[in-house]
Design a protein around this ligand. Structure first.
Ligand SMILES: [Fe+2]
Length: 439
């Protein structure tokens, strides 16, 4: 029995509630041939780190497909479909050789691009090598992270070398994986939801643990959301002392999101802040996702690396005991507990979820673009087309606000003004000039 909005009682309504609901599979599915999967296949996805490639292949899974990565003796990196095209033996047991990967079962040797280099003992080898190949995908190595592109080979996009990767005095440090047993949308939606920092990320402090986010995040912000040339962004404003602090974070294309420092307090005035973390979410399959990420580290970083490492990782995995995660939950617990694939049908969204709806609209539009034979937003064939990024902390005197910091309209209007300022001159462009001198 299911209630309708008219007949559903508000008190003790459990009996009448829908017990199961459907996700929006158009958005959430990533497997081959699905609308969402075809969309995802138009972007470069991270699948591993160069330092993980050794004497044996690395088995990975991406967009519902099993793959192996390997680095041949000559240094070339390959990404092959996992099952050998001969008899389907897994190439995770393959032998890494000077020019390719050899299947352990009957010895077919594959080049990194999947062409067959040898078929030992077969009289028709020459002809067979011209007729078939092992499925393979192109790879791109970027600061030690390996990306692959699994889409149509006539539409291989340029790798988005975004503005914050090339700043003087800031190192790019390839990091670890956050593995989430849930759909990729849940992770991206979280990154456009700054309300949760004022609830979830306050719990450690409430319960006597050290916080990873600065205390100032605990105040509920005033927020606007907007699309950018590359994706979606929030800007949230808080009054801190006699400052107005506007923090922005963004998604970019299907799989990238960017945040500035979680230690920012809004107390020091600035028009742009140094980058902090750049994260890609790999949809492994519909119910598993992995964040691969870079930390941006100042050459004269004041915080110890051990401390920063600990704070970045806090709450992002299930390595803490269950009892501790129940007492002080983190992002991992909030997102994963929504379900393997969050049943959107059972949600009751409110005005604080406008980032979620904006992102879903953006992705839906991208999927439609691919279905219609075009390219999605955030997809670029030339480096000159790459959009700027906007994750930033802007801290200005309160007098700039032009109204009361308790007035919702004043705060939102200020956020909108900052967004327009960024579109005229992006934060990293503002920062670049300053970084020429030591930070
Ligand atoms: Fe969070």
């Amino acid at each position: 029995m299911t209630g309708t909005p008219e007949t559903m009682p508000l008190r003790f309504s459990g009996y009448f509630r829908k017990k199961t609901g459907k996700p929006d599979t158009f958005l959430t599915q990533v497997g081959p041939g699905t609308p969402g999967g075809e969309y995802q296949r138009r972007f470069w996805h991270p699948v591993g780190y160069v330092e993980e490639l050794g004497k044996v292949p690395l088995r990975v899974r991406a967009l519902g497909e099993d793959l192996v990565l390997f680095r041949a003796g000559n240094g070339e990196i390959g990404c092959l479909m996992m099952h050998c095209c001969h008899r389907n033996t897994s190439l995770e047991y393959g032998l890494v050789e000077e020019i390719g990967l050899r299947c352990c079962y009957h010895g077919r040797l594959f080049a990194p691009d999947g062409t067959i280099l040898e078929i030992p003992g077969d009289a028709h080898a020459e002809r067979m090598m011209k007729e078939t190949s092992q499925g393979a995908y192109p790879v791109h190595v970027y600061y030690g992270m390996i990306f692959t592109y699994m889409g149509p080979p006539d539409r291989i996009p340029v790798f988005p070398d975004i503005d914050r990767m090339t700043l003087p005095g800031i190192k790019i440090v390839p990091r670890t994986r956050f593995v989430w047993p849930c759909n990729w949308m849940q992770i991206k939606e979280n990154s456009l939801d700054p309300y949760h920092t004022a609830v979830l990320h306050v719990i450690p402090q409430m319960r006597g643990a050290e916080r990873n986010f600065a205390d100032e995040f605990g105040e509920t912000p005033f927020i606007t959301w907007t699309e950018t040339p590359g994706g979606c962004m929030y800007l949230c404003a808080r009054k801190v002392d006699d400052n107005i602090w506007v923090r922005s974070a963004e998604t970019y294309g299907a799989n990238l999101h960017i945040i500035s420092s979680i230690f920012e307090s809004g107390r020091e005035r600035k028009e742009a802040t140094v980058p902090f973390m750049t994260l890609w979410t790999l949809p492994v399959d519909d119910e598993t996702s992995i964040n691969f990420y870079f930390s941006h580290v100042l050459e004269n970083e004041p915080m110890s690396w051990e401390k920063r490492d600990e704070m970045e990782l806090y709450g992002q995995n299930d390595e803490r005991p269950y009892a501790e995660r129940q007492w002080i939950p983190g992002d991992h617990d909030a997102m994963v507990s929504q379900g393997g694939v969050n049943p959107h049908e059972l949600e009751h969204l409110g005005s604080q979820d406008r980032g979620v709806t904006l992102f879903r609209r953006y992705i839906r539009r991208g999927i439609h673009a691919v279905q219609d034979g075009g390219d999605p937003e955030g997809f670029y064939m030339n480096q000159s087309q790459i959009a700027a990024t906007y994750a930033n902390d802007h801290v200005a005197p309160l007098s700039e606000l032009g109204g009361e910091p308790t007035d919702d309209r004043v705060m939102r209007a200020y956020c909108e003004k900052i967004a327009q300022d960024y579109f005229r001159k992006a934060p990293m462009e503002r920062l670049r000039g300053k970084l020429k001198s030591p930070v």
